[in-house]
Write a protein that binds this ligand. Structure first.
Ligand SMILES: Cc1ncc(COP(=O)(O)O)c(C=O)c1O
Ligand SMILES: [Zn+2]
Length: 465
């Protein structure tokens, strides 16, 4: 076995490849202003590992063979038992730091929500009891396991501090996982961060950097300060944004692997899966994870993927509209008004979609631009002014015939009520925004699929604090 046999990464934007790497985070060719959508994505292995049957409660233990770092570790001669134990030990430290360990989270059909949807079958993934109260910790646990394994191999000496720009669920999750991994963490937060969150971060030992807007400089000051710290190689990106840390998507895939396993076991095929989108790592991971489950024969078909954003800020919806318009131009056909009609036509035209996506990845700013005005919504966790992982999301929708959904604050209030009353899950507005999208979409397109009841999946991704 040699490290050359490890399935490495390829940049979805410029095509650069990376084999066994201690820090497979950002594409080495990434340059400010080059308008290429650099994101490192792991290639599909020539022979993927078998889908696990061991039923270990910790998804990172159960699906360890799917992790890049595991592959590197095994190829460098570390036995499976040692790698397994390393994950178990890190998880024990997570439990000590944050009071919870990683466990496969509940995913089941909710009879009451299904009744409220008028006969659709609504399947709910409950992430509110996950480490630090949201799915975010999955992304960061994946990166932490990677760094631990690189440490074992002598490829990471643990000296560089970790960095993240966030003042919400991602920062809280990062602080717990970094504490467990015994790594210093810098959190870049805005001047108006919630004092309760700041205290929780400091209690976990994180260094909090307050970022001020600079006159004449556009963009999120926290993200800019984070980028400059990471760009100077002074810190490692411990974040939930694919372009800065391609590896972060992998840990998020555990969520889809869990869902697909349950669906496969119950012989259920979802028609539609609605995913709330902020920076985009969650949906990018979900799309990728379901694709892997399909390739492994665990599920019979992919659901239509739907990105959900708020009327206050919807950069990925705008990108989907631009890509679909360009694809119809390419086909020389009139652009249908209704989004499901566009989606259906393009799902049947994979070559046109591939051509337009290849173009879009080389002309990013034509499709993805930071939102121009200060965004507002009850779902503040998905107000990222830019959807960093937009291309994987738009492609996931186009390949499956899915379309995006826009929601209002009123929709969010109703979704939180339904999550809490019908599904008995204490999700907040961000966490329930996918559910809001499902409701709105069902109301907007009652006649889709001939009006037949559908099987719908939603992720209640974060707890009300
Ligand atoms: C609870 C919750 N759900 C969903 C999201 C969206 O995830 P992403 O930013 O990866 O799109 C976030 C992001 O902060 C979140 O906190
Ligand atoms: Zn690149």
């Amino acid at each position: 076995m040699s490290l050359d046999d490890v399935t490495g990464f390829v940049c979805a934007g410029c095509g650069a490849t990376l084999q066994a790497s201690a820090h497979p985070f950002a594409c080495p060719n990434r340059r400010a202003g080059d308008d290429v959508d650099h994101v490192l994505v792991r290639r599909d292995p020539a022979s993927p590992p078998p889908w696990p049957t061991d039923g270990h409660p910790n998804p990172f233990v159960r699906w360890r063979r799917f992790l890049y770092a595991y592959d590197v570790g095994v190829h460098a001669g570390i036995p499976d038992g040692e790698l397994r134990q390393l994950i178990i030990d890190l998880d024990a430290a997570v439990l000590e730091a944050g009071g919870r360990s990683f466990k496969v989270t509940p995913f089941a059909q909710s009879p009451k929500l299904s009744a409220a949807f008028g006969g659709d079958e609504v399947w709910v993934k409950d992430e509110t009891q996950n480490v630090a109260g949201s799915h975010k910790a999955r992304h960061l646990m994946g990166v932490a396991i990677h760094l631990e394994i690189m440490g074992q191999l002598g490829l990471d000496d643990g000296s560089l501090p970790l960095a993240i720009a966030s003042c919400g669920n991602a920062a809280l999750a990062a602080s717990v996982v970094a504490a467990a991994a015994d790594r210093a963490l810098n959190v870049f937060i805005p001047t108006d961060a919630n004092p309760k969150v700041v205290r929780a971060l400091e209690d976990q030992g994180a260094y909090v950097n307050v970022c001020h807007r600079k006159a004449g400089v556009e963009g999120d000051p926290c993200y800019l300060d984070f980028r400059s710290a990471v760009g100077d190689d002074a810190m490692l990106p411990f974040c939930c944004q694919g372009p800065d840390c391609g590896l972060t998507v992998e840990g998020g895939q555990t969520l889809a692997w869990e869902m697909a396993t349950e669906l496969g076991w119950r012989k259920v095929t979802l028609d539609d899966l609605y995913v709330q989108v902020g920076g985009g790592a969650l949906m990018s991971a979900v799309v990728r994870g379901f694709e892997q489950a399909l390739q492994a024969g665990v599920i019979a078909a992919l659901p239509r993927f739907h990105a959900v954003q708020t009327e206050g800020c919807y950069p990925v919806v705008r990108a989907w509209e631009k890509v679909t318009a360009k694809a119809f131009e390419q086909l020389g056909a009139a652009l249908p008004e209704a989004w499901p009609d566009r989606a259906r036509a393009l799902a049947a035209a994979p070559e046109a979609v591939a051509t337009v996506m290849a173009y879009a990845r080389q002309h990013r700013s034509e499709f993805m631009r930071p939102w121009e005005t200060p965004p507002h919504s009850l779902a503040h966790g998905i107000l990222d002014d830019e959807t960093y992982d937009w291309a994987a999301i738009v492609e996931g929708m186009l390949n499956t015939g899915g379309w995006p959904v826009l929601i209002t604050d009123a929709d969010l209030t109703e979704a939180v009520r339904m999550a809490q009353k019908d599904a008995k899950v204490k999700a907040d507005a961000t966490g329930a925004s996918g559910l809001a999208g499902a409701r709105v979409d069902r109301a907007n397109h009652p006649a889709a699929d001939g009006g037949k009841p559908r099987k719908i999946g939603v992720i209640l991704s974060g707890v009300e604090r």
